[in-house]
Each structure stands twice: as C-alpha cells, then as structure tokens.
Design a protein. Structure first.
Length: 95
C-alpha cells in the first residue's frame, strides 16, 4: 500500500461523514468537531464508519485496539488509521 499522509486520511473521513449525513446533522463538520459530543455519530454510525475504514484502508478492526475515544473527532479517527496502517506495515515488514 502506498504511503498515505494524515491530511489525506482526514479529508477522506470528512468527505465520508458529510456524504453520509449521519443523524441529520446540518452544521459544518471540521477536523476537530466533537463528533460524539454533538451526536453527529452514534454507536451505529461508528460501526458504519469502521466498515468504511476497513474497506478504504484495508484494515481489520478485529485486530485493532479501538475505543469510543478514537471516534471523538476526525483528527482522532485519522490518528487511529495512521497508527493502524503503520502497525500493519511494520508487521508485514517483519514477516
């Protein structure tokens, strides 16, 4: 997989969340918008987002230590994805 920078991940997640119109949120969504706090995403939409991330980045969330806090904002989601991609890359290189 090609190197993917954090800004690209953040933009992909933002585009996805805006396109999904989770919970009919009408406000602006920015990288630091508190997604859970404002009710933009809930547990169901979080699972849908996980499926998107698995498909988009080839991640397996059964192998990733993830918590609700990882979905607090687009920034935290991007950090989770970046960290997971790096771990995956390291594991593949070690084989």
């Amino acid at each position: 997989m090609n190197e993917i920078d954090n800004n690209t991940i953040r933009q992909n997640v933002l585009d996805y969340l805006v396109s999904m119109h989770f919970n009919e949120y009408e406000g602006d969504v920015r990288f630091d918008t508190p997604l859970l706090e404002l009710g933009i995403i809930d547990s169901l939409s979080m699972m849908t987002c996980i499926l998107f991330l698995e498909q988009k980045y080839g991640l397996d969330f059964f192998e990733i230590d993830v918590s609700r806090n990882d979905f607090a904002s687009i920034n935290t989601i991007a950090t989770l994805v970046s960290r997971s991609l790096e771990t995956q890359k390291t594991a593949v290189a070690a084989q």
